[in-house]
Design a protein around this ligand. Structure first.
Ligand code: NAD
Ligand code: ZN
Length: 360
């Protein structure tokens, strides 16, 4: 048996207001005045001087706004890379992503594709990337996905939704400033936060569980319960705790896997474009047969925050579309194996999945 040699984020700064240190962190990484820093920023911050006013632009540095109306696509990454190559003679000094999981994933993928030939879709999978990425920095503005620590960048390509999983994917630097997540709208806060809770549930109940994953998963699980159920934690502390829960949740699945929720949610996303956080919640709410106890807690959290999940989103789908969802889902073998063990194929049938999707 050989164990995975896992790469981690090389440097991290944590603290309220630490976003102010961005310019000093980057200064030492500038290769030349012709090698720009490219800031990839969620367009929700357009006109928000509190954020953009602190982005230090010099020489030929550039700020690129991206929309997160849809989840990242391989074609979107290719376009961004092409534009950077055409605009700047020199390779960038660094790529800085400022936003949620979507923007962090785009920043990671762009930094990889600037040094690797071909198209982003060619690298969807495991360990296909050959050359180290450009220096890349992640600055989360919403917490839960764990994209800030993970070894993957999830992209929808022409024929699949799959991450670029590689040793070159993790950020070289992460800036964790809990102040940046203070204005996230409540529903989104819940959905993305639940992504973290679900990562913990899937990791802690999985057959791949080991002490490494368990230690991170338990901590994140505990933090989520406090953030979403406690009446005594104030908003500032709660933001800090959620930011660290996301980090630990991400670390927990790094050395194990996600499970049934993610497997089914990828199917929804592929066919309906359902976003990750909300999609996970819709799926989780139907999985009494798999995650009974944790679902009770989830429903308590949902009630406490007055969250109403969309219903009947698969109602009008034709069987062919449901079948595509099932194909996408069952294609994610490691997720099923983690959830149900090596004989998972005997424990879940297409009919079961068909019924589950119809109920969502
Ligand atoms: P997101 O990045 O899609 O953002 C969700 C919404 O919140 C957007 O409308 C965005 O504009 C808004 N937003 C973000 N920060 C805000 C702020 N501070 N104030 C106000 N609004 C703000 O959401 P997400 O849930 O963080 O990310 C989902 C994506 O992450 C999916 O594409 C999913 O595939 C990916 N993901 C990646 C990993 C990984 O390991 N790489 C893991 C899980 C999920
Ligand atoms: Zn997730």
């Amino acid at each position: 048996m050989s164990y995975k040699n896992y790469p981690m984020v090389s440097r991290v700064v944590f603290g309220r207001g630490c976003f102010n240190q961005l310019s000093e962190l980057l200064e030492v990484k500038r290769i030349s005045d012709k090698a720009p820093f490219i800031f990839i920023v969620d367009d929700v911050f357009k006109g928000n001087a509190w954020i953009t006013g602190r982005i230090p632009l010099a020489y030929s540095d550039e700020m690129v706004y991206v929309s997160t109306d849809e989840e990242p696509k391989t074609s979107q990454v290719d376009e961004l890379v092409e534009k950077i190559i055409l605009t700047h003679k020199d390779r960038p000094s660094g790529i800085i992503g400022i936003g949620g999981g979507s923007v962090l994933d785009i920043a990671k993928a762009v930094s990889i594709m600037l040094t690797n030939k071909g198209e982003a879709k060619d690298y969807q999978g495991w360990d296909l990337v050959k050359n180290p990425a450009i220096y890349h920095v992640g600055i989360p503005t919403i917490s839960g996905t764990g994209a800030e620590v993970s070894r993957t960048t999830v992209l929808t390509g022409p024929d699949k939704k799959l991450g670029i999983n590689s040793d070159f994917t993790p950020f070289d630097q992460v800036i964790l400033d809990p102040e940046l997540i203070k204005d996230v709208p409540k529903q989104q806060w819940f959905y993305t936060g639940m992504d973290c809770f679900i990562h913990c549930v899937e990791s802690l109940n999985g057959t791949y569980l080991n002490t490494f994953s368990k230690s991170y998963g338990e901590k994140a699980y505990e933090l989520c319960k406090e953030v979403f159920l406690s009446d005594t934690v104030d908003k500032k502390l709660s933001d800090e705790m959620l930011m660290m829960a996301s980090w630990h949740g991400g670390m927990s699945i790094a050395y194990s896997q996600v499970g049934v929720v993610h497997a089914l949610s990828y199917g929804l996303s592929y066919v309906l474009g359902t976003k990750h956080g909300i999609g996970n919640c819709i799926v989780f709410d139907q999985l009494d047969d798999f995650y009974k106890e944790d679902l009770k807690i989830f429903r308590e959290m949902k009630t406490k925050h007055g969250i109403e999940l969309p219903k009947n989103i698969c109602k009008d789908l034709i069987d062919e579309e449901i079948n595509t969802m099932i194909d996408v889902s069952l294609g994610l073998e490691p997720l099923w194996e983690n959830a149900l063990g090596p004989n998972w194929k005997r424990k879940v049938s297409r009919t079961d999945l068909h019924q589950l999707y119809r109920r969502m």
